[in-house]
Write a protein that binds this ligand. Structure first.
Ligand SMILES: NC(=O)c1ccc[n+]([C@@H]2O[C@H](COP(=O)([O-])OP(=O)(O)OC[C@H]3O[C@@H](n4cnc5c(N)ncnc54)[C@H](OP(=O)(O)O)[C@@H]3O)[C@@H](O)[C@H]2O)c1
Length: 322
């Protein structure tokens, strides 16, 4: 079957290990099933995999892709929850120390078919297209948990989102503004800041800008490049929710400011199947839809990877399967 996969790891030149070619149909263990892919969205995770983060060389070749929407074996329209748990695990799927995401230990979604545990399938509502549904399981679910579960942000609060046009950043902006949260963003260009305002952000600032007032919470996936600004942007007692470190994870810790102002730093990773179910319902009921910057056939996936590597996104990049 046609697949987009990592054939080699290169930390500095990640796309050198990317291949689009035939791969065997994945094995289907007991209790698992297969999904025929209709759409799958690209995440920064796929670039990390090509750099060897979370994907050791001995697991290659590995089909990339965490997110998918498609048809199950009975022809039902489904969305795939990407976290694969140890069979003995019960409870919050994100806390299982043995969990993995599709494309880390098991073959991913950028292919004609993906094998997953039956438990990982959710019905796709007719109101969402396959392309829209395929944006939800990673970037949008992560944003949902950051804002509503880990952050527990109340309507009327002011939240700073570090980043304007990335997958998680756009999801934070759209979900936050739809839930009555005042959303401020930082974006690296005038064009990116304008895109965030169009998506519902109330204000958009240059990275590191002095803000008109301190905020209740910061949502950060950028890491090193924005950490000091995130800490300085907060009111006393405020919180940072962090789910990524795209630019590195060794910034000065800002310990003094964190204890003196009694700030909270909250880690967040992906989301549970139940949270994905609630996110899907939220999108349907509120008419909220993921921002998609490009839709490409799977055969042209390399273009999407190149755009993400250059930081030229305006929401999610989606690969379609006929
Ligand atoms: N923990 C989890 O479960 C989880 C889930 C999803 C994602 N993540 C992590 O979160 C991060 C973002 O993921 P994504 O899929 O949203 O990625 P993406 O679509 O490539 O977005 C990258 C974001 O980083 C921002 N950014 C700011 N400064 C940057 C710089 N100097 N270099 C590169 N980017 C910069 C960009 O802002 P502009 O708008 O200004 O370009 C953009 O919003 C990744 O590190 C990913 O691994 C973690």
């Amino acid at each position: 079957m046609l697949a987009v996969y990592a054939a080699a790891i290169d930390r500095d030149d990640p796309l050198s290990g990317l291949r689009i070619d035939d791969r065997p149909v994945p094995d289907v263990p007991d209790g698992w099933t297969t999904v025929k892919l209709r759409a799958a969205s690209l995440n920064h995770h796929d670039l990390w995999s090509l750099r060897g983060v979370g994907l050791p060389e001995d697991r290659l070749p590995m089909i990339l892709g965490c997110d998918a929407a498609g048809l199950d074996e009975e022809g039902n329209e489904v969305i795939v929850h990407s976290i694969i748990n140890d069979p003995s695990w019960h409870g919050d799927e994100t806390l299982d120390p043995r969990r993995s995401l599709l494309s880390e230990r098991y073959q991913g979604t950028f292919a004609d078919r993906v094998a997953v545990p039956r438990w990982n399938l959710l019905p796709k509502p007719a109101e969402l297209s396959f392309e829209q549904a395929s944006c939800l399981p990673t970037a949008w679910l992560t944003a949902y948990r950051m804002l509503f579960t880990r952050g527990a942000i109340s309507p009327g609060s002011t939240v700073l989102v570090q980043g304007a046009t990335g997958g998680v950043a756009t999801a934070l902006t759209v979900l936050g503004s739809s839930a009555g949260i005042r959303v401020w963003v930082t974006g690296r260009s005038e064009e990116k800041r304008a895109q965030a305002l169009e998506l519902g952000a109330d204000e958009a600032f240059e990275p590191g800008a002095r803000l008109p007032e301190r905020v209740d919470a910061v949502m950060d996936t950028t890491g090193q490049a924005t950490w000091a600004h995130s800490v300085r942007a907060l009111k006393p007692g405020g919180k940072i929710v962090i789910s990524g470190a795209t630019t590195g994870d060794a910034p000065p810790a800002e310990l003094t400011r964190i204890f003196f102002l009694q700030l909270s730093v909250l880690g967040s990773t992906m989301g549970t199947r139940e949270e994905l179910d609630r996110l899907v319902r939220f999108c349907v009921d509120k008419g909220v839809r993921p921002a998609i910057s490009a839709t490409l056939p799977l055969t042209e996936a390399r273009q999407g990877f190149e755009a993400m590597l250059r930081g030229e996104t305006a929401g999610k990049i989606v690969f379609t399967h006929s």
